[in-house]
Write a protein that binds this ligand. Structure first.
Ligand SMILES: Cc1ncc(COP(=O)(O)O)c(C=O)c1O
Length: 382
């Protein structure tokens, strides 16, 4: 059976070049980067070179990048670490209703510890209005956290504008850039960013490694205590092979891959739009991540479409997309103003640099057949 993988917003295939770069760090260059001997130094050099590559890619300095175990950990560290460093003088966080669950659940946990959180609305395409950010900031606010490219609908926020407001108000600005990293411009200086969450497995790197950019001089409380690795901010022996793989994935990422993906994405969307009674959720053009499509099909369940497609070897994502197996309607789609029924009739298709036009043609054919079959038997259609 053909396998057409259209769930790249969830995770991606590790690039062969990334794998090749990682392998020696399991079996030959396996030293502990904190060890004082040559074997340790070899590993330390690899970690520092990787840090430099990642820092440079977002116009940061090497010492401003902390390696973590995932995007989830980086987000949790940013939110909780800043809360502990600022509470009780400041206790207010401004975020949005369309964040990844790891931000929303960390915020809910922080509310139990005494934080106040404002969850901003978005418009029907998923954009946050920077004026709403400005209005929400109070004397007690220490942090604004807004996702860069949304993991479900691909909408890309205007970080520069929001960052400018935060700077003028003396409030820290964090973004979760796991989905947008290497796919659209990310520059901590130009976009006025104080903290940025990154991870490797969305960009053909390994799972289980992330990074947090922390602008020099920011006070943040560590969450892990131990051997004082990562500038005393994240104790734990560094995952050297994963860090090397992460940097390699960044190094080999190319703007032309994003251009290619955007063209294929728009070809895919055009084909999908031939199906009656469907709608594209999220933004269009350059304001949407180049690999993301999110579509609602009137009168059928996204879950049913996903299962039928899976049998045909086409792998898409439904529900709350990358994190959850729950049948709850997506909080992101509800925030766009969709009803629970509409939200549950959606699927996410996310391509990669490996996706071909032939694969999209095959997927289009299978999606069209599936929708036709399901609409015939749907009780909602009558
Ligand atoms: C926007 C966003 N943030 C955070 C994460 C979590 O990253 P990780 O899987 O590395 O914990 C993901 C991926 O699921 C994501 O898409």
């Amino acid at each position: 059976m053909k396998e057409i993988y259209l769930d790249n917003a969830s995770t991606t295939k590790v690039d062969e070049k990334v794998l090749k770069a990682m392998l020696p760090y399991f079996s030959e260059k396996y030293g502990n980067p904190s060890s004082p001997h040559l074997k340790g130094e070899e590993a330390r050099r690899a970690v520092e070179e990787s840090r430099e590559i990642i820092a440079k890619s977002i116009s940061a300095r090497q010492k401003e990048i902390i390696f973590t175990g995932s995007g989830t950990e980086s987000n949790s560290f940013a939110l909780k670490g800043l809360f502990f460093a600022n509470y009780p003088e400041k206790s207010h966080i401004v975020t949005t209703k369309i964040e990844h669950d790891c931000i929303l659940n960390a915020c809910k946990w922080l509310e139990k510890q005494g934080a106040k959180v404002t969850y901003l609305d978005v418009d029907s395409e998923g954009f946050v209005n920077p004026k709403d950010v400005e209005k929400a900031i109070t004397e007690k606010t220490f942090l604004v956290s807004v996702i860069h490219g949304n993991n479900e609908i691909g909408t890309i926020q205007d970080l520069k504008e929001i960052g400018k407001i935060c700077r003028s108000k003396g409030v820290l600005f964090h973004t979760d850039a796991c989905q947008s990293f290497t796919k659209t411009s990310l520059d901590v200086k130009k976009q006025n960013l104080d903290l940025v969450t990154l991870n490797a497995h969305k960009i053909h790197g390994p799972k289980g490694v992330g990074a947090l950019y922390i602008r020099e001089g920011i006070r943040i409380t560590p969450l892990l205590h131990g051997g004082s690795q990562e500038f005393k901010l994240r104790s734990s022996t560094e995952n050297v092979p994963a860090i090397v793989g992460f940097a390699k994935a960044v190094k080999i990422s190319r703007a032309r891959d994003s251009v290619k993906m955007q063209k294929l994405r728009d070809y895919f969307i055009k084909g999908l739009m031939e199906i009656p009674n469907i709608r594209l959720n999220g933004a269009t053009g350059n304001k949407r991540i180049c690999n993301n499509i999110n579509i609602s099909f009137r009168n059928i369940e996204g879950e049913a479409i996903g299962s039928f497609l899976s049998v045909k070897g086409v792998f898409a994502s439904t529900g709350s997309a990358c994190s959850s197996k729950s049948l709850e309607p997506s909080h992101v789609l509800l925030a766009l103003g969709m009803s629970p029924l509409e939200a549950n009739s959606s699927i996410r298709l996310s391509i990669s640099k490996y996706t071909t036009k032939d694969e999209i043609d095959y997927a289009l054919k299978e999606i069209k057949n599936t929708v036709e079959r399901l609409r015939k038997i749907s009780p909602l259609a009558s």
